[in-house]
Design a protein around this ligand. Structure first.
Ligand code: C2G
Length: 131
């Protein structure tokens, strides 16, 4: 059984997230998703997520192509998460290309192309403009 791990905030869940997770699952047989804590998202993006961690975990955990979810508390703990979950492959969108190559000693590292023209930031901007 080939175990896949991926990480993300998945705030304001959208089709780019769906496509990434579906393609991640196709890399193997079992998909584990680390969902960023609110604090980690703040440190990455400088804003609090719109959806709470609990809601984001519930959305991701209810997808048929996701087998397991856990909370990602820290970017620095990635090696530990990969080892603890016994992941064979780390999958990330290509906005992170090269950033996780250091884990090639413990798993395969695959970067998948991002879906163009959709992002949480853009969705938030569009909603702000609606009066
Ligand atoms: N994604 C995508 N296409 C988009 C938007 C996002 O393929 N149009 C992918 C990203 O590349 C990422 C995943 O969806 O692999 C989740 O995206 P984010 O929630 O933005 O993830 P991020 O906050 O970058 O967290 O440890 C790493 C992180 O926690 C990644």
């Amino acid at each position: 059984m080939r175990r896949i791990i991926t990480f993300g905030t998945y705030d304001v869940f959208h089709v780019g997230h769906v496509k990434l997770l579906k393609r991640a699952r196709l890399q193997g047989d079992y998909l584990i998703v680390g969902v960023s804590s609110d604090e980690l998202n703040f440190s990455k993006k400088g804003r609090n997520p719109v959806y709470s961690l609990d809601n984001r975990m519930e959305i991701i955990g209810s997808l048929k192509f996701v087998d397991e979810v856990f909370v990602e508390h820290s970017l620095e703990a990635k090696r530990q998460y990969i080892l603890e979950t016994k992941a064979d492959v780390l999958v990330m969108g290509d906005d992170w290309v090269g950033r996780f190559d250091e884990f090639k000693d413990i798993c395969e590292v695959v970067y998948l192309p991002r879906t163009p023209s959709v992002s949480t930031t853009e969705i938030i901007e569009v909603i702000k403009e609606i009066e």
